[in-house]
Design a protein around this ligand. Structure first.
Ligand code: NAD
Ligand code: NAI
Ligand code: ISE
Length: 337
């Protein structure tokens, strides 16, 4: 059976997900696209030679009779509206992170899904599907380095556009670490503090960059994450776990080692699309297969909510400079695996 998918938002990641659903993955076809900028959507249809209709608004796409599942890849502030509309139509929906830009927005989605009575939402947290993070988790659960005591992490982008603001370092960028480290450690955050080092002159004047986010978890593990979105040199994701008896690091992406011109070197990626390319394929194939099988199993609306509650605390910590508690209500039984 083939799943008919409609996509709202045909920017950078929307285009890339349309490419993978139509050219790489099994069991799906793109039948409908929409973007607030209609030319964007029409261009994707012609560039990828899709047999898909271009809709003038996302709600008509969601309610179209031939659309069986929806991908929401528009910009963050529009996610909540489209996810709620998909739930109201009873259609499965894959929503890129963040699920909504506030915890309350995510809670509205959790409540609507619970009222519907069956999981319909998967959030685009792809790092738990990454082979490197999975290998790192395997080392931790096997006990090879004892219990994790400290984590040193970095999330670096070469540059960001002028529309990127200081809070987006949390809601758009750190949100990946917020999700994946909770999964990696099987732990919850209890408090957070944000400190600002000397500002990089490469950042736009309104943006505080870099930033350091310090978490404490329920089990007492301490985590520092450097977010540096104008680092210039590449797209670089680092994660080092210091355990009781050893240290484990996230593997670097594979790259040819060269000896040339009196240098020993390996390439560093520059585009986020390439760094987790396999993980995006696996997460979306999982969504398609789960929808066809009638049961979603990937990152849930509750995971999106948990990340957003944490992100709200981080943004409050950016503003106050204080240590801010992170308080997550207990997970409803509906979301137990
Ligand atoms: P983008 O700006 O390149 O694309 C967004 C597109 O959405 C644009 O074409 C815009 O016109 C369209 N859009 C905005 N509001 C819309 C609306 N209401 N209805 C229809 N279309 C709308 O952004 P992007 O980089 O593709 O990011 C899109 C989303 O994907 C964001 O939520 C982002 O956080 C997420 N994302 C996730 C990852 C990841 O690694 N998981 C990577 C990139 C982006
Ligand atoms: P983008 O700016 O390239 O694309 C956003 C698109 O959404 C644009 O084409 C815009 O016209 C469209 N759009 C915005 N509002 C819309 C609306 N109301 N209706 C229809 N279309 C609308 O942004 P990008 O980088 O593709 O990011 C989109 C989303 O994907 C964001 O939520 C972002 O956080 C997420 N993202 C996730 C990544 C990941 O690794 N999972 C990586 C990059 C982005
Ligand atoms: C973007 O939206 C992503 O999700 C990327 O993975 C992240 O590195 C970047 O900072 C975000 O803006």
């Amino acid at each position: 059976m083939t799943l008919n998918i409609g996509v709202i938002g045909t920017g950078a990641i929307g285009r890339d997900h349309i490419r993978r659903c139509s050219k790489v993955l099994q069991g799906a076809r793109i039948v409908a696209v929409n973007d607030i900028n209609r030319d964007n959507a029409a261009k994707v249809v012609s560039d990828l030679q899709l047999d898909a209709r271009v809709y003038d608004n996302g709600h008509d796409l969601i309610n179209a009779a031939d659309v069986q599942a929806v991908l929401v890849t528009s910009w963050g502030p529009s996610h909540e509206e489209f996810v709620l509309a998909a739930i109201a139509a009873g259609k499965p929906v894959f929503c890129e992170k963040p699920l909504a830009v506030t915890a309350q927005g995510c809670k509205n989605i959790v409540d609507a899904e619970a009222k519907h009575g069956k999981r319909l939402v998967q959030v685009g947290f792809m790092r738990p599907y990454d082979r490197g993070y999975r290998a790192l988790k395997q080392v931790l659960t096997s006990g090879q380095i004892g219990e994790p005591l400290m984590l040193h992490c970095a999330h670096r982008n070469p540059t960001v556009g002028e529309a990127y603001t200081t809070d987006m370092a949390i809601t758009d960028t750190l949100i990946h670490e917020i999700d994946v480290l909770r999964w990696l450690l099987d732990d919850d955050y209890v408090s957070v503090q944000v400190v600002f080092p000397r500002k990089s002159p490469k950042a736009f004047p309104h943006l505080k960059d870099p930033q350091i986010v310090l978490f404490e978890t329920a089990k007492g593990t301490r985590i520092d994450v450097e977010i540096f979105v104008n680092c210039q040199y590449g797209y670089d994701i680092q994660c080092e776990v210091v355990g009781e008896t050893g240290i484990a690091r996230l593997p670097e992406p594979s790259s040819v080692q060269m000896r040339s011109g009196a240098r020993l070197s390996t390439e560093i990626l520059t585009d986020w699309k390439d760094r987790f390319i396999d993980a995006y394929d696996v997460e979306l194939q999982g969504f398609i297969s789960d929808v066809l099988a009638g049961k979603l199993t990937g990152p849930s609306a509750w995971d999106g909510y948990a990340a957003s509650v944490t992100a709200d605390a981080c943004v409050a910590a950016q503003l106050s400079g204080e240590i801010v508690p992170v308080t997550l209500p207990p997970r409803p039984a509906f979301y137990n695996k």
